[in-house]
Design a protein around this ligand. Structure first.
Ligand SMILES: Cc1ncc(COP(=O)(O)O)c(C=O)c1O
Length: 394
């Protein structure tokens, strides 16, 4: 009766957990929620004021499909200054969040049955987005000893004559791993040789605990032509609800993305765009303060997890997640289908702590904890995990 495309689409795991947490909270049960990938900081004042001003100035009519020109100019300046990337105005399309920027890009690129490589573990929405846009997700296993970063060899093995694109998430959600320049060059050159488009999801790029970040598109002219840089303001400026993301890519593709967007949604909300432009222009200090907050929590989390022998964590060099290997307790846990879901259910029911099961990201031996939360909650959350581990050790 309905489209075949939706027959094998799963509901979002993370949204499902948030809904369960809300229900429990509404019934009076106090849950410590470290499951969501949303900054606990507030949208910077300057950005909020710019939106209020836009309303008073009646910036409330249709605008360009690719997004507000001044905002696109601010994005161009940001990409040049921070990412060593040169784009013209007609290479930028502002969308309703990075999710929408990715979806527009997939619609623009994919023919039915085209394959899109998704390194595991992956951000939950990629596979469903690929399926919804008519493509076929091809999952590639990566190794824990490489912090789950894709290698050239793993990539080569997964390429077929149907491969059209690949997702590279840098920094990664769920692992927080960050690729070095050398690692990216190896992968990106293979993509260029095989005419594979790179969806470079760099939404966490400003939340970084190492010195250097390399934008894939900055690596060479050829790589630039095959790369669609995806970014947005949800994470870096705590603007999740404003729904602002963007693509930066070659002109012919940007024109198609803009035209798709024009037909589907016209453009993102003009008032949101006014706030987004201001966030890029004048909120660098707010982002810096948020990073200071994340850094403290990250360091605390690393210290505490290092004391729990049964848990190994992936070195979090960016983003605000801890991806923890709990496979050492697997033999002590009774579960039917999924080990990580079982552990998350016990943590939620008995320890009132919400985390995300690794199976949501394609790895059932892991759990993801977000530290985009008050530092006391991060500490309490890890204490509860440690207590749970004590109960299963016995
Ligand atoms: C890797 C990654 N890409 C994209 C997004 C979507 O961001 P937005 O809120 O801008 O749609 C998220 C949000 O969790 C994410 O983790």
């Amino acid at each position: 009766m309905f489209s075949k495309k939706i027959s094998n689409i799963s509901p979002s795991f993370t949204i499902g957990i948030s809904t369960k947490v809300k229900e429990l909270k509404n019934s009076g049960i106090d849950i410590l929620n470290l499951s969501i990938g949303e900054p606990d900081f507030l949208t910077p004042e300057n950005a909020k004021n710019a939106a209020i001003e836009a309303i008073h100035n009646n910036i409330t009519k249709y605008d360009a499909a690719a997004g507000n020109k001044e905002f696109r100019k601010a994005i161009i300046d940001k990409l040049k200054k921070e990412n060593n990337l040169e784009y013209d105005i007609d290479q930028i399309v502002i969308s309703n969040g990075a999710k929408h920027a990715i979806t527009n890009t997939l619609i623009a690129l994919l023919n039915p049955e085209d394959e899109v490589i998704i390194p595991k573990p992956y951000w939950v929405s990629y596979p469903e987005m690929v399926k919804l846009t008519g493509g076929v997700p091809i999952f590639v296993d990566t190794k824990k000893e490489n912090n789950f970063k894709l290698t050239k060899e793993e990539l080569i093995k997964s390429i077929t004559n149907k491969t059209k694109a690949i997702f590279i998430t840098n920094p990664s959600n769920p692992t927080g791993a960050v690729y070095t320049k050398e690692e990216l060059i190896e992968i990106a050159n293979i993509c260029v040789e095989n005419k594979i488009f790179i969806l470079a999801d760099e939404i966490y790029e400003r939340i970084l605990y190492v010195d250097n970040f390399t934008s894939i598109a900055s690596l060479s002219k050829d790589i630039y032509n095959y790369t669609i840089t995806i970014n947005g303001l949800s994470k870096s400026a705590a603007m999740t609800g404003w729904r602002l993301g963007y693509t930066a890519c070659r002109k012919d593709l940007a024109k198609i993305i803009s035209s798709i967007q024009g037909h589907l949604v016209s453009h993102p909300c003009t008032v949101s765009q006014a706030a987004g432009k201001e966030a890029l222009i004048s909120c660098t200090n707010d982002t810096k303060k948020m990073l200071e907050g994340y850094t403290k929590r990250r360091n605390l989390a690393i210290k505490m997890f290092n004391k729990i022998d049964e848990i190994d964590i992936i070195q979090p060099d960016g983003a605000f997640y801890i991806f923890m290997d709990i496979s050492k307790i697997k033999k002590n846990v009774n579960f039917k289908d999924s080990f990580s879901i079982e552990v998350c259910n016990v943590l939620l029911d008995k320890f009132k702590l919400a985390l995300v099961p690794g199976i949501a990201f394609g790895n059932d031996d892991f759990l993801r904890m977000s530290y985009a939360a008050d530092i006391n909650d991060v500490e309490e959350g890890i204490n509860r995990i440690a207590k749970y581990i004590e109960t299963v050790k016995k």
